[in-house]
Design a protein around this ligand. Sequence first.
Ligand SMILES: Nc1ncnc2c1ncn2[C@@H]1O[C@H](COP(=O)(O)OP(=O)(O)OP(=O)(O)O)[C@@H](O)[C@H]1O
Ligand SMILES: [Mg+2]
Length: 441
Amino acid sequence: MLKVVVTDDDKNLRKVILSELAEEGYHVAETDSGAGALHLLERDDYDVLLLDLNLPDISGMEVLKKIKQLEIPVEVVVLTGDTTISAAVEAMKRGAYDYITKPFKLNELKTVIEKAFEKKKLLIENLRLKTQIKIQAGHRHIETRSPLMLKVLETAKRVAVSDFPVLITGESGVGKELLSRTIHYESGRADGPFVPINCGAIPENMLESELFGHEKGAFTGAHEKKLGLLEIANNGTLLLDEVGELPLQLQVKLLRVIETKSFYRVGGTKEVRVDVKFLCATNKDLRKEADKGSFRPDLYYRISALTLELPPLRERKEDIPLLADYFIRNSPDFRHKRLSKEAMDLLAEYSWPGNIRELQNVMHRTLLLSRGDVIGREDLPSDLRGGDAVAASHLRLEDIEKDHILKVLREVGYQKGRAAEILGIDPKTLYRKLLGYGIRE
Ligand SMILES: Nc1ncnc2c1ncn2[C@@H]1O[C@H](COP(=O)(O)OP(=O)(O)OP(=O)(O)O)[C@@H](O)[C@H]1O
Ligand SMILES: [Mg+2]
């Protein structure tokens, strides 16, 4: 439904416009002042603002400036007496969509409003397409055939559509952020922003203004007003990664935002309302942290009602070959390579403490460094081969020795004395070695 704000201090004019537009099925709000218009626009999304330039409080031009400054996505149609056409032209230079001179026919007004609305729809559609492209380019889907994971994914789809906070737990590298993105794209907020913040990576004294934003002059160094990530995530999803690292004092504030959907910028007095879905991720046991006193129990209960637990890779070994192949397929330069059975077995046996991130790194490194098209056991990093690395290379050395001895023996027609001479060893030593290999005459 088309939503319009009518701003004019002429009560009768407002009344006429209001009833006419309401009859068209528009949703209309009215106000007699500039401050009133801004207030309406900040509280709700409107498509078109009808704006008289001569208002009793702040001028229409000021209102327009504020709208551009705050980047409020509304198209402005200026209402002007014919004495103020130059002002109307000025307003268009400053970003108004069009103007209309009083007195006007209501039909004219409706046409202008509808055109303005078309423009807004185009802008939004463009924006949507752009984000859609970004989503498709940047989002990777979750590869899995593990029943454990499939169950988590199914639950994730169900919790995505509600506005409840969701907690995602799991070891480092299991895919917590990837799952968060998936929830965002399944949530009906896909056109809105997905904003991740790593609570453990930002210095404590900066985290608050990073999250909540600040007003100009809120503290030394706050030269300008800054939007916090909460506002940037409006109509979208905020991921609080490593939420266990959040300082206690910010935990209180976060709880309040989750409960009231509103907050104050640092140094601000105006309450800012946001519509944000909260996702939290952690590799800690937050319940334990809560028992210890390093995490607030009230926040813990609030965010953990819906918890998704991502199993470590070693508990879903069936995903190892699947993911290994996936990483090969997605490396444009090495798509033609493949893993030998021995190499695959080695990957499957390893415990993957760094989970999928570690597997991904190992695959990238191996693809880059391996020479042939078939990746063998020996192409994989030695830490995967772990304790048996030394034994394995010893074995191979023995094999080489055996091959060489047999080759020399063949060349000299199996005369052992001659072969020992060429090999530079005692005939008795050669004899022992041959016995060791199980070779008699
Ligand atoms: N099932 C999967 N399919 C494909 N890629 C995956 C899968 N799971 C994880 N990845 C990839 O593995 C890497 C690590 O995943 P992610 O960053 O989501 O893990 P995390 O749990 O957030 O890790 P950390 O605790 O270290 O922050 C990413 O590059 C991600 O795209
Ligand atoms: Mg992460």
